[in-house]
Write a protein that binds this ligand. Structure first.
Ligand SMILES: [Zn+2]
Length: 376
């Protein structure tokens, strides 16, 4: 586990999309996005080892270091009766569990974790959930879509990638060498980054209100980055725990999944942006990666506009000549896509192409198992 597993993880399209290991190294998309107009009330400050920073009357911020380009995940502690509810947990890696142990000897000394809440199933979010649940005999809260998908991925311990994964790679334009390289990396690494989950869970439902320590929290579900991602809104406090649904500096990975090849994750993502735009604009947004910020609407609109720009650029190019997903990389990404990023790049490109197909702007023709996207 660790950096090595991380670098192997997103080299495999199948693994990266069916199982989002890519969150280890690249939970972000491959496209830099604008964060203009955001303000960071705490500036460059971030919690150190053993430290929990008070953000609002109901929320404290702790940081769990991680390998990979993200470098960390934030955990948000919601004041609860008898302790704190912890939102998101870090990977099942020693640096992550050591960070929690430092907190238990630091600012969380004599503080119990009363519940563990996971915004979504990615290993950097649920990796230590089972460990915290066990240590504190606390219940685990997730949406059903995230819970069931996590259980399914942990249970999928086959050694070789399913045939559907290679078929999607071929469809996207990978050559046989790249497909074989991904196959050789095997399958089923997801469970290795996740501490054994409890048998049961408490279900979070969109719109549900949770009383946590006398504070009113509302569940706001989004989709596209993961199946049923839970954000938590405390309107009285003016705070949104946004997980990976809204990140300040990087664009969340929105990828076509080989387990749901007719899906439209980017369509779900854009719909979720519209939904989140109905929330108040003056919230403190507490993301899983990066610093708490103000400017929710500016950020959401920037993300939306950038996706639309890319969709328009693709549609224009495809009107000139049909292309495969791999032919579209230079249109979408400023960096050269090598073996390390082909999985992530393919998942994101297919998400855009599929959105264009769903909205009737391009059509797909299959020739010898390869998908060619062109004018309608
Ligand atoms: Zn994620």
């Amino acid at each position: 586990m660790g950096g090595d597993a991380a670098s192997r993880a997103d080299a495999s399209l199948g693994h990266q999309t069916l199982s989002p290991d890519a969150s280890l190294t690249a939970d972000e998309g491959l496209v830099p996005t604008s964060a203009a107009g955001l303000t960071y009330p705490w500036g460059e400050r971030a919690p150190g080892a053993g430290e929990a920073i008070r953000i609002t009357p109901s929320v404290r911020w702790v940081r769990i270091p991680m390998p990979g380009s993200l470098g960390h995940i934030n955990s948000w502690l919601l004041d609860d009766e008898g302790g704190v509810a912890a939102v998101d947990t870090g990977l099942m890696l020693t640096p992550c569990s050591d960070a929690w142990k430092a907190l238990f000897e630091g600012d969380l000394a004599d503080t119990a974790i009363t519940r563990v809440i996971c915004t979504h199933l990615h290993p950097d979010h649920i990796g230590l959930a089972g460990w915290l649940v066990k240590r504190f005999e606390a219940p685990l809260y997730m949406t059903r879509g995230e819970w069931l998908t996590a259980r399914f991925m942990i249970a999928d311990v086959r050694e070789e990638p399913p045939a559907e994964v290679s078929a999607m790679q071929r469809g996207a334009g990978w050559d046989e060498e790249a497909i074989e390289r991904a196959r050789a990396q095997g399958w089923s690494r997801f469970g290795r980054m996740v501490f054994r989950l409890p048998y049961g869970y408490r279900r979070l439902i969109d719109g549900q209100r949770l009383d946590i320590g006398g504070h009113d929290w509302r569940v706001v579900v989004g989709s596209g980055h993961s199946p049923e991602h839970a954000c938590l809104l405390n309107e009285a406090d003016g705070v949104l725990i946004s997980g990976d649904q809204v990140l300040p500096r990087i664009s969340s990975n929105v990828s076509m999944s080989s387990s749901e090849p007719d899906g439209d994750p980017l369509g779900e993502w854009l719909a979720s942006i519209d939904k989140l735009l109905t929330l108040p604009d003056d919230l403190i947004v507490c993301p899983a990666h990066g610093e708490p910020f103000r400017g929710l609407h500016v950020r959401l609109k920037a993300l939306r506009d950038e996706h639309h720009d890319r969709l328009d650029a693709l549609a224009t190019a495809l009107a000139e000549e049909p292309r495969r997903a791999t032919d579209c990389f230079p249109l979408l990404f400023r960096r050269t896509i090598g073996p390390d990023h082909i999985g992530l790049a393919t998942g994101e490109t297919l998400a855009h192409l599929r959105q264009l197909e769903v909205t009737g702007r391009v059509k797909r023709e299959t020739q010898d198992g390869v998908w060619w996207w062109g004018a309608v």
